[in-house]
Ligand binder design. Structure first.
Ligand SMILES: *Cc1c(COP(=O)(O)O)cnc(C)c1O
Length: 377
């Protein structure tokens, strides 16, 4: 089954011939008094609607196990729940702001160290210590869209018995399947492309490893950050159009990148593969498309605020992946938790703008960008 078919047909044959799954709201389930057994017992542990969503999440990634959480951060926290006192996780300096906050402010209190490195491409055997238990990767990185060679990181980390966890939010399983490259755990903020309409907070985790699946199940049950049945149902429905939406968003983004690159009022454009030929080659060897997020900087002397005010369609807001285009300034919005030095090291300039391209008609988006650039001074 290909991914668009899987998104629509993984779940089938519901009661009464219904063509969409039912929503089971029950928080508790009757057990057999003799055996005290039942398929479900209590909603936090498992419930039929979340189980159906988890089946879809696994199917999209071609994974053995899928898990749904109440947010991307709950999913990320669960993926790190196998770490113990004294363990260390390596992360890129440009990691998602919420992940940075978790590793910087919460994990140290539990005796777990996060080691931030400027560029994962420069990671070598010498960077691993006996305490290194995991490497956490985002590729493309946000908002610089730099690429990390997943096969290389997997080989390196596994040689040192460390897990590789990939945050695949920007690519989704439509464009990149890290488990197939040997990655141990994939997390996604389902709030972004999977939900796709900026109206739902959710997280997804997939793995092929039965032991890690047990740990993730325990994280759901013990920490309780699970997705409720109604949001699980809404996510099942949203995912049905994920490949279709992303195809349109990516086509729009590619055309906008092309347009902005040739524009005299644009100083620089960032898009997966734009950093170097080498990164372009790497990305194309591990993903089937470049996605729908790009970053750019206005030419010197232009008024950023006037440009943003003049834009008619992209809302000035954090987040990404929705059907509507969104634009933000990473230095002061998504990455404000990082110090100016940290931002500089990660390649985030203060004037950089990040655009998440929606499904609007391309002609309208291009016309809008052009009139806003004209209004910028
Ligand atoms: C948004 C985001 C998260 C966090 O997800 P929430 O659903 O907001 O908790 C994690 N990683 C990336 C790359 C994100 O964009």
């Amino acid at each position: 089954m290909h991914i668009q078919t899987a998104a629509v047909h993984t779940l089938r044959d519901f009661e009464h011939g219904a063509v969409v799954p039912p929503v089971h709201l029950a928080s508790t389930f009757e057990l057999d008094p003799a055996t005290e057994d039942g398929a479900y017992a209590y909603q936090r542990g498992a419930n039929p609607t979340r189980a159906q969503l988890e089946q879809v999440l696994a199917a999209l990634d071609g994974a053995r196990h899928g898990f749904a959480f109440a947010s991307g951060m709950a999913a990320t926290a669960a993926s790190l729940s196998t770490l113990e006192v004294g363990d260390e996780v390596i992360l890129p300096a440009s990691v998602y702001g919420g992940t940075y906050r978790l590793v910087d402010l919460v994990l140290p209190g539990r005796g777990i160290t996060g080691r931030f490195v400027a560029d994962l491409a420069e990671l070598t055997d010498e960077d691993f210590t006996p305490a290194t238990r995991a490497v956490f990767v985002e590729t493309p990185a946000n908002p610089t869209l730099r690429i990390t060679d997943l096969r290389r990181i997997v080989e390196l980390a596994h040689r040192h018995d460390a897990l590789v966890i990939v945050d695949n939010t920007f690519m989704t399983p439509v464009l990149q399947k890290p488990l197939a490259l040997g990655v141990d755990i994939v997390v996604q903020s389902a709030t972004k492309y999977l939900a796709g309409h900026s109206d739902l907070l959710a997280g997804a985790v997939t793995t092929d490893d039965d032991g890690l699946a047990d740990a993730l199940r325990l994280a759901q049950k013990a920490q309780g950050g699970v997705l409720g049945p109604q949001d699980s149902f809404r996510l099942i429905q949203s995912i049905k159009t994920l490949p279709l939406r992303l195809e349109r968003q990516q086509a729009n983004a590619e055309a906008i990148v092309e347009h902005l690159r040739g524009h005299e009022r644009i100083a620089r454009v960032w898009y997966p593969g734009s950093h170097s030929e080498e990164e372009a080659r790497l990305h194309d060897a591990q993903a089937t498309g470049r996605g729908a997020v790009l970053s750019f900087e206005l030419a010197d002397g232009l008024d950023r605020v006037a440009f943003l005010r003049a834009l008619r369609y992209p809302a000035y807001a954090v987040s990404l992946g929705g059907v509507e285009s969104l634009i933000c300034r990473p230095a002061t919005m998504t990455h404000e938790a990082m110090t100016p030095e940290g931002q500089a090291a990660a390649g985030i300039s203060t004037e950089m703008l990040r655009l998440s391209v929606g499904i609007e008609d391309l002609a309208d988006l291009l016309e809008d960008l052009d009139q806003a650039l004209a209004a910028a001074g």
